[in-house]
Every structure is written in structure tokens, then in C-alpha cells.
Ligand binder design. Structure first.
Ligand SMILES: *Cc1c(COP(=O)(O)O)cnc(C)c1O
Length: 364
């Protein structure tokens, strides 16, 4: 076996768009205060943990999981108040659902559209599935640029439009009127990604039955179950049946189904954590607003977007790392996020450590 031979075959057979992809980068966070991935920083309360371990001890991992995860689906419907005329399909995280949607409606010759900057997986998945991604710049306050969206819809006839509500990484909710204008102008599917619903509380779920082309995605990752990989798509039965065909059987493992069921019995505890995180977010926003050389954008999610002014943002990012704080560096020169860092809201003491580190870096 020769390495050159492998290289030749990879070049010949791996599709060029895959070879051209940058791998999704996950930073090494060992030993750091981890404020880069919008995780809920709170561990589970002790009583919940005991109930969980008890349930796990009865798990039958020699068997395949319930393929439809029916019990989990019902629990999610109850907790998320999914209307009865709306169907649901579960994913191994909503990342998997983004892929499922694009396997069904995207692909070669199809366009996938989203306002940018937004969540990177929409474009990444368009590339992987052989579709074409069309990004439409948000306006200068990160709102939807409706004329530009309508122009792009007219021009590329997207099979699918992704709208993140509130948007990641900008943190804002789009105007409802603007979202409705996009829905009404599009013949294709509009996926409203409500990954941060626990923090924003606003939703398009009640409108799913009102339009023929709207589905809503939720995930449990940002409310405190990131490790369990469970996301949900809710929509009209006609769409959901097609997604369900493409979903891999058994995509939600036995341990995940069981663990989420326990967590949902304690959803009040998770919601209380979300409220505490919102309060911390608002405190952090106030403190950051007072720092010179920084712009901080209002957020309805569990993170804040910052723009560093008149300083090298990469140096600020490195300075934070050296002080043991990991945030996300989103800056690309010349892009709408030039100079931008995104910080997830952590525990009060973690946020204080971040503020102290940032203050030190900015005054150095
Ligand atoms: C984090 C995030 C996701 C992915 O969530 P998982 O359920 O963990 O796969 C999807 N959409 C947006 C906008 C996100 O920020």
C-alpha cells in the first residue's frame, strides 16, 4: 500500500466539494472556562441525577432503541406544547435534521438560501449534499434585508430557506413581518430554527399549521442537554412523512431516549436554569456595554456577540485564552463579523472571570 496511491485515489474519487471543505473546528477546551459553544453551564440537580442513574441501570442496550422514539416524542410534544395538528420527527441533534431536510429537498441543481452571517451548518450541509448555498447579507443591525431576500428568492428559487430565530451568532430575533414576507414569497420550504427558544421564548410554532411551507426546529442542546443530541422538527404531516423516510432508523440511541425522558420530567429545573442564564446575560450585557473599545449587541439567546474596535481581535482572543477563557473567534477580515467574538453566558463566576480577563486584555 503506498501513500501516494491513496492520495491519487482520494483525489479521483472523493467529490471535489468535499475535498474543498474545511473540517468543522472544535477547539480544545481542557482546563479552560468554556464559553464557546452555548452550553448550559449548570450540572443536573442531585435528585435528578439519582433518578437518571436508576433509569439507566434498567436500560436494555442489547436491544435496538424504539425506532420512532414514540415515548420521547410524546414527552417532547407535551413539554414544548406542540399543537396536535402538527407532526414531529426527531434528530440526533438538530444538526442531523438540517441534513435530513437537505437530503430531501436539496442536492444537485437545488439552491438552499439563508441570511448571513448565520449558523454554519446550513451551508456546510448544502455543500455536502451537493446543493448550492446562497447567502443573503443581513442589514447593518443584523435584521433581515427583505428586498434582498425577495430578490434572491426570485433569482435562485430556493428549495429551502433557513431562518434562525433568534439568529446565531448575532443573537437577535428577526422582525415577524419580515419573516412572514419571506415565507409568503417562497414556494420552497422555510425552516425556522429555534435552537435558542428556551431563552427567547418567541416562536413560529403556532403558525406552522397556518402555512403550507413552514416547519420549526428545536433542540435540547442549548437548554442543558447538549451531550444527549436530541433535536426536533415540527411541521405539516406531508413534509414530516418525507423527512421520516430519510431519517436513519434508530437515530436516537437507547441511552439518549431514556436520559431525555428523565430530564423532561424535570423540565422546571431546566427552565429555572434558563431564567438564571437570561438574568446573567443581561448583567453581562450591562457590564460589557461599559467597556471602551467594544461594541456589544443585544441578544435574546444565551450568548452575546461583541465587536472589538481599534484592536487586533485575534490578539484579544489569544489574550483571553492565555487567561484561561475560551470564547469563539468569528472574525474574518472584511466580513460582516470582522472583529467579532461570541461569548456564551456561563455561571456568574465564569462570567466574572471572563469580564476580568477581557478588561485586562483591553487595558494591556
Ligand atoms: C447549536 C445550534 C444547532 C445545533 O444543535 P444540535 O441540536 O446540538 O445539533 C442548530 N441550529 C442552531 C442555530 C444552533 O445554534
Amino acid at each position: 500500500m503506498s501513500e501516494a496511491g491513496t492520495t491519487r485515489r482520494v483525489r479521483r474519487w472523493v467529490r471535489p466539494e468535499i475535498r474543498g471543505l474545511e473540517p468543522y473546528h472544535v477547539a480544545d477546551a481542557r482546563g479552560m472556562i468554556k464559553l464557546d459553544a452555548m452550553e448550559n453551564p449548570y450540572p443536573w440537580p442531585e435528585a435528578m441525577r439519582r433518578e437518571w442513574l436508576e433509569a439507566l441501570s434498567r436500560a436494555q442496550v442489547n436491544r435496538y432503541p424504539d425506532a420512532a422514539a414514540a415515548a420521547l416524542q410524546q414527552a417532547l410534544r407535551d413539554v414544548l406544547s406542540i399543537p396536535s395538528d402538527v407532526e414531529v420527527v426527531l434528530g440526533n441533534g438538530s444538526d442531523e435534521l438540517i441534513q435530513t431536510v437537505q437530503l430531501v429537498v436539496g442536492g444537485p441543481g437545488r439552491a438552499v438560501l439563508a441570511p448571513v452571517p448565520t449558523f454554519a451548518m446550513y451551508e456546510m450541509t448544502a455543500t455536502v449534499t451537493g446543493g448550492r448555498f446562497e447567502g443573503v447579507p443581513l442589514d447593518e443591525r443584523f435584521g433581515l434585508d427583505v428586498p434582498a431576500m425577495l430578490e434572491a428568492i426570485e433569482r435562485v428559487t430556493p428549495a429551502c430557506v433557513f431562518l434562525t430565530y433568534p439568529n446565531n451568532p448575532t443573537g437577535n430575533l428577526f422582525d415577524v413581518d419580515a419573516v412572514e414576507a419571506v415565507i409568503e414569497a417562497t414556494d420552497g420550504l422555510v425552516v425556522i430554527d429555534e435552537a435558542y427558544h428556551a431563552y427567547a421564548k418567541e416562536s413560529f410554532l403556532s403558525r406552522v399549521g397556518q402555512y403550507e411551507n413552514v416547519v420549526v426546529m428545536r433542540t435540547l442542546s442549548k437548554i442543558g442537554l447538549a451531550g444527549l443530541r436530541v433535536g426536533l422538527l415540527a411541521g405539516p404531516i406531508g413534509w414530516v412523512q418525507q423527512f421520516d423516510k430519510v431519517r436513519l432508523p434508530y437515530n436516537i440511541g437507547v441511552l439518549n431516549q431514556l436520559s431525555v425522558a428523565v430530564a423532561l420530567r424535570h423540565v422546571d429545573a431546566l427552565n429555572a436554569q434558563a431564567s438564571a442564564i437570561c438574568a446573567e446575560r443581561d448583567r453581562l450585557f450591562g457590564q460589557l456595554s461599559r467597556l471602551d473599545g467594544l461594541e456589544v449587541y443585544p441578544s435574546r439567546a444565551n450568548f452575546l456577540l461583541l465587536r472589538v474596535r481599534e484592536r487586533d481581535v485575534d490578539a484579544v482572543f489569544r489574550g483571553l485564552c492565555e487567561r484561561g477563557v475560551l470564547v469563539k473567534n468569528l472574525s474574518r477580515p472584511g466580513s460582516a463579523l470582522a472583529g467579532c467574538l461570541r461569548v456564551s453566558v456561563g455561571l456568574a463566576e465564569e462570567n466574572d472571570a471572563f469580564l476580568a480577563a477581557l478588561g485586562a486584555v483591553l487595558s494591556a
